[in-house]
Write a protein that binds this ligand. Structure first.
Ligand code: SF4
Length: 466
């Protein structure tokens, strides 16, 4: 599974917003490593700089100095819809209206074909769903609507997940879909007594690194608009129900551990997952270890609740870029060896409890188990801090089809055989929900098949190819 983008928007009169945006994007690098970009407004014109690569590759100090102005939006991208090439990098610019506009999007629209056909377009000619939204917005602006009016018209017809930031002359807008699938929060730069501006970002650590104070999350369906004179908010779209549907995998895997989501620190929820997993699926072992990074807090929780010592068994190379992410199954084992290396002295002759966040295809997990056995592990007991991943995601996370989801086509016993572990247990859905402590406010469609928003295909049974 791959994350699908991080977004930032900043308005701070008199401040060097491109450098602030750089720091915020850097804090969101985990949400997408394929490309990065920014758009600023200055002297009546919008300037966009974007390229393939990490934030630090795309922006040199000179580039940031050239991005003048006190209003900016930024983006880090991992593609779920559309091409992964340079032209699909964001922000997407359109020249409609007085100075044009630029948008940056985290999520995935599920009715792109219908949206395009209604407008007499072919979605296949578009680069991405963000490109389609930009085109539809441009048409509404050309027809005489304001950009915020156009957003109301176009996004009312859009289905799926979107946490979006939009820049126009002197103003930014931040909008969240009616379900609130993907995170989006608001922070204040400066202090209440001496305010310096506002920042919107996918996750709260992006606020922390720039010295901003967390104010609140953007509500499902809400649009916040910010100018140099301040901030306004409207309920642009009706919320989809009385409960939000934040992606449950933001807690399990995607979000940074120091991120706060709906009042809960992600690291704390991951520890609780491990504690509950230990009570639910105990095992006699010598050491508990986590698969870095997101498996580690759950392993700490498992160790605490089971009274089995916590230890480190795998070292992660933190400098693996997109170049080394091999798409085909045969290269996956080599890819795992580049990323992880065992700590032999902690492993040799030991009965291990290995805690990981999820099993998708199973090939990575199998390679990890083999690596641990080759390093001398006596037993490997896998404990997974999410229930079996059975259904594809349509809301902004890149997942395989059901044919390639191990749990969709195999029993837990068969998965255990395939992976080569001594035992395999998944946290129950009930325990996962208990760990997160949000009552029905999360999407868990990939675990249950119960999709809160329309999907772009007719859902089949296990074994069917979508
Ligand atoms: S289907 Fe799964 S990965 Fe996708 S938004 Fe829902 S919980 Fe998240």
């Amino acid at each position: 599974m791959k994350e699908a983008c991080g977004v930032v928007a900043i308005v701070a009169p008199g401040r060097d917003v491109a450098h602030i945006c750089y720091d915020a994007l850097y804090a969101l690098q985990h949400r997408g490593q394929e490309s990065a970009g920014m758009a600023t407004f200055h002297n009546h014109q919008i300037t966009v700089v974007k390229d393939n690569g990490l934030v630090s590759h795309v922006f040199a100090d000179a580039t940031l100095r050239a991005l003048a102005g006190s209003i900016v939006i930024g983006h880090t991208r991992y593609s779920t819809s559309g091409s992964a090439n340079w032209t699909a990098a964001q922000p997407v610019y359109r020249s409609a209206g007085s100075s044009g506009f630029a948008i940056a999007h985290n999520g995935n629209l599920t009715n792109t074909t219908a949206l395009a056909e209604d407008a007499g377009l072919q979605f296949t000619s578009m680069l991405s769903d963000s490109d389609l939204v930009a085109e539809l917005l441009a048409r509404e602006v050309e027809a005489g609507h304001t950009l915020s009016g156009a957003l109301g018209i176009v996004l009312a017809r859009a289905e799926g997940a979107f946490s979006m930031v939009i820049l126009e002359a002197g103003e930014v807008h931040a909008v969240r879909d009616p379900y609130g699938f993907r995170p989006l929060c608001l922070g204040r730069l400066g202090t209440e007594d001496a305010p310096e501006g506002w920042i919107v970002a996918s996750e709260s650590p992006a606020l922390d690194v720039v010295g901003a104070t967390f104010v609140r999350e953007i509500d499902p369906g809400e649009m916040v608009s910010i100018t140099k004179d301040g901030l306004t908010s409207v309920q642009l779209l009706e919320p989809a129900g009385d409960k939000q549907k934040l992606c449950i995998f933001e807690f399990v895997y995607f979000a940074r551990p120091d991120t706060y989501l709906m009042g809960h620190q992600v690291h704390t929820t991951r520890r609780r997952m491990g504690e509950l997993l230990a009570g639910q699926s105990p095992v006699d072992a010598d050491i508990v270890m986590g698969v870095p990074d997101s498996g580690v807090p759950a392993a700490e929780g498992y160790a605490k609740a089971s009274a089995i010592p916590f230890g480190y068994g795998l070292v992660k190379n933190r400098y693996i870029g997109r170049t080394f992410i091999s798409p085909d199954q045969n290269k996956r084992a080599a890819s795992v060896r580049r990323k992880l290396n065992p700590l032999r002295e902690n492993i040799e002759g030991q009965r291990l409890v290995v805690v990981d966040d999820s099993i998708v295809r199973g090939t990575t997990t199998r390679a990890i188990v083999k690596m641990l056995r080759d390093a001398g592990a006596k037993e490997v007991h896998l404990r997974i801090s999410s229930p079996p991943f059975m259904w594809p995601c349509y809301y902004g996370i890149d997942t395989p089809t059901r044919d390639d989801l191990l749990a969709a086509n195999h029993s837990v016993a068969e998965m255990n055989d395939f992976i080569g572990s001594d035992s395999l247990e998944f946290i129950s859905l009930e325990n996962l929900r208990t760990a997160i402590q949000l009552d029905g406010e999360c999407c868990d469609a990939c675990l249950t098949g119960s999709y809160p928003a329309p999907t772009p295909v007719v859902l089949g049974t296990a074994g069917s190819r979508w």
